[in-house]
Design a protein around this ligand. Structure first.
Ligand code: NAD
Ligand code: LMR
Length: 379
């Protein structure tokens, strides 16, 4: 054999061996990748379901909210859930109807539904509690009368949560008066960390964003960092002094873009404060779709976090930030990370804002006094 032929043969042999080796390595690599992918997806499949309590689940907000939770809109598309639905005896049949519909919807993430009128059974092992149930204000009723009825409801439910919920259960109170109901719940569930008891002002936050987006003809997702201060009532204060709009031209302050202080200080404030009443006038029922969506946003943001550089509004336990009486449940701007919220610090507060923030604080202090006088008279 000539030298050149020998070299050629060796070359072919080496190449085929190399090709074979590369082939084996590639197959091993692909198989390992598929195996890891399979193991990873089965680990993900095995996520423990989160137990979510919804009180007043046979009511209108409940009817809009439970499918959102079951669809993964609140806790993400990979988190299975078990729904605990609570309502009172007269609504038991309707509650069972809601359960039937949830079953019929065949939601992949929904692992079980417990529908009950027993508050202890409802609270058993829950990780998240969304409190919609309460006594609605009826024509001719004094605010104090409504409050006294809700106080006894929230006292009983706080005790049931305290004794039966999972450790570190997160609570969102929606039922009105939301801030004061949350305060009562906190009082009677002392072992639930105070930072775990919140109330809904995300609806007001979303309403303010929607009004600004409409005024500036931009999309709601471009409007960031509005603040709702205070009580979920007609004294709440929507503050746009730090709010921005992002566009192709960059980030600009809402106040500068609107360039109309009357609109910002008067019209916007009054529209957001009165929006709940406007919905009631139009629907002859209070807001439900938007309230359910906001409740979903609140829990979702709390659990999964805020985006960098942005905040939302939540009714949370006051630590005295911005001079607000410690211990009140007051709406602040908050950021969320790892399932914890923190009040945004260091924002500049002008004289106009200070006055509005104090007025809504004053109303909450008065509500607290009324609540305590109801508690003392029922003791
Ligand atoms: N914070 C907010 O942004 C906001 C927005 C909208 C509505 N709300 C409030 O949310 C609450 C619910 O609104 P809705 O439209 O669903 O009312 P709804 O009357 O349709 O439903 C309330 C449900 O609570 C039930 N309920 C009453 N007492 C209960 C108890 N002790 N335990 C369990 N369930 C009980 C009722 O049977 C009813 O099914 C109301 O208080 C409303 O004012 C708050
Ligand atoms: O139920 C109400 O009184 C109104 C509700 O809180 C809302 O803001 O839509």
């Amino acid at each position: 054999m000539e030298n050149s032929q020998l070299v050629e043969k060796i070359g072919v042999y080496l190449n085929s061996e190399l090709v074979e080796k590369i082939g084996v390595v590639s197959v091993c690599f692909i198989l390992s990748y598929l195996l890891i992918k399979h193991i990873w997806s089965s680990v993900k499949m095995e996520k423990e379901p989160t137990r979510v309590l919804v009180t007043g689940a046979a009511g209108q907000i409940g009817y809009a909210l439970v499918p959102m939770i079951a669809r993964g809109l609140m806790l993400g598309p990979e988190q299975p859930v078990i729904l605990h639905l609570l309502d009172i005896e007269p609504a038991a049949e309707a509650l069972n109807g809601v359960k039937m519909e949830l079953i019929d919807a065949a939601f992949p993430l929904l692992k079980d539904v417990i529908a009950t009128t027993d508050v202890v059974e409802a609270c058993e092992g829950v990780n998240i509690a969304i409190m919609l149930g309460g006594f609605p204000r009826k024509e001719g009723m004094e605010r104090k009368e409504v409050m006294s009825k809700n106080i006894s409801i929230y006292k009983a439910q706080a005790t049931a949560l305290e004794l039966n919920a999972a450790d570190n259960c997160k609570v969102l109170v929606v039922a009105n008066p939301a801030n004061t109901n949350a305060l009562i719940l906190k009082e009677f569930a002392p072992s639930i960390p105070e930072n775990n008891i919140t109330c809904l002002t995300m609806l007001d936050h979303n309403r303010a964003i929607a009004q600004i987006a409409d005024k500036l003809n931009v999309h709601v997702s471009d409007v960031k960092n509005v603040i709702i201060w205070g009580n979920h009532s007609s004294t709440l204060y929507p503050d746009v002094n730090h709010a921005t709009v992002t566009s192709t031209d960059g980030k600009k302050l809402v106040r500068e873009l609107v360039a109309n202080d009357h609109w910002v200080n008067k019209e916007l404030v009054s529209r957001v404060q009165q929006r709940g009443a406007a919905i009631i006038k139009a629907r002859k029922l209070s807001s439900a779709l938007s309230a359910a969506s906001a409740a979903c946003d609140h829990v979702c943001t709390w659990v999964l976090g805020t985006k960098k550089g942005t905040w939302v509004s939540m009714g949370v336990y006051s630590d005295g930030s911005y001079g607000i009486q410690p211990g009140l449940i007051y709406s602040f701007p908050v950021t969320c990370k790892n399932g914890e919220w923190s009040i945004v610090q260091g924002l500049k507060i002008d004289e106009f804002s200070r006055e509005k923030m104090d007025a809504t604080e004053k109303e909450l202090i008065e509500e607290k006094q009324v609540a305590y006088s109801c508690l003392n008279s029922s003791a």
